[in-house]
Ligand binder design. Structure first.
Ligand SMILES: O=c1ccn([C@@H]2O[C@H](COP(=O)(O)O)[C@@H](O)[C@H]2O)c(=O)[nH]1
Length: 233
């Protein structure tokens, strides 16, 4: 299966299905807040029924009991990956895993990964706005270690931290990296960015790509170009 997860950040169902119809095989997609808050879990079930693998990116962050109950319900959707914010702490993360076990379909729970620091966060913003006066990479690695100790399967981080996370948490601990930009892309809200080539070099397990593919003149060709890099072809 693909190492490239395509972020389906579209505002209409029509755009989603026109996009997916370009592919004649199942791919790995990310369904986030934009689609879920517009169309509910029905769209998750529909895309799953088409055979695509799903990372349901809802980034839970609440008290442990609430997250546990929410995860129990998400597990019933039988998606491949769900996530939460590591900033919720170890008790919340452990509760999330308990909830996923309780809701597991046929004894198999979705993988659960933790957002360390959003790829749109810079060192400066983390210090001045979040009042975390530490090196951003150190913070990301500390959150990744906490996620691992709490029973999570991996983290969302930027490409720039993936190698250090594998060194600290082991090669089997998943690094899922958004903030992927092609050399030709212009600057936007993402701050900690890297190309697919660098993601491959840094050993990222899965990359998340949205606009570079979905807004490309030829999304299918761009997807295959990126996948070829990630597969080392
Ligand atoms: O730290 C994070 C966590 C999640 N995302 C999500 O990934 C995609 C990226 O889309 P692009 O268009 O390639 O920027 C988007 O859905 C985000 O919600 C992230 O970017 N960073």
């Amino acid at each position: 299966m693909s190492k490239t997860i395509v972020a389906l950040d579209f505002s209409t169902r029509k755009e989603v299905y026109e996009f997916l119809l370009k592919f004649n095989e199942p791919i790995y997609v990310k369904i986030g807040m934009e689609l879920t808050y517009s169309f509910g879990f029905e769209i998750v079930r529909e895309i799953k029924a088409m055979g695509h693998k799903i990372f349901l990116d809802l980034k839970l962050h609440d008290i442990p009991n609430t997250v546990k109950q929410a995860m129990k319900n998400l597990a019933k959707l039988d998606v491949d990956i769900v996530n939460l914010h590591c900033a919720g702490g170890s008790t919340m993360m452990k509760a999330a895993i308990e909830g996923l076990h309780e809701g597991a379909v046929n004894g198999k729970r979705p993988l659960c990964i933790g957002v360390t620091q959003l790829t749109s966060t810079s060192q400066e913003a983390m210090e001045k706005e979040l009042l975390i006066e530490r090196d951003l990479k150190e913070v990301v690695i500390a959150y990744a270690k906490l996620a691992k100790e709490s029973g999570l399967d991996g983290v969302v981080c930027s490409v720039l931290e993936a190698k250090a996370i594998h060194e600290a948490c082991g090669e089997d601990f998943l690094t899922v990296t958004p903030g992927i930009r092609l050399a030709t892309d212009s600057k936007d809200d993402q701050k900690r960015v890297a190309t697919p080539e660098v993601a491959k070099e840094e050993g990222c397990d899965l990359i998340v790509v949205g606009r570079s593919i979905t807004k490309s003149a030829d999304p299918l060709a761009t997807y295959h170009q990126i996948e070829a890099v990630m597969e080392g072809k």
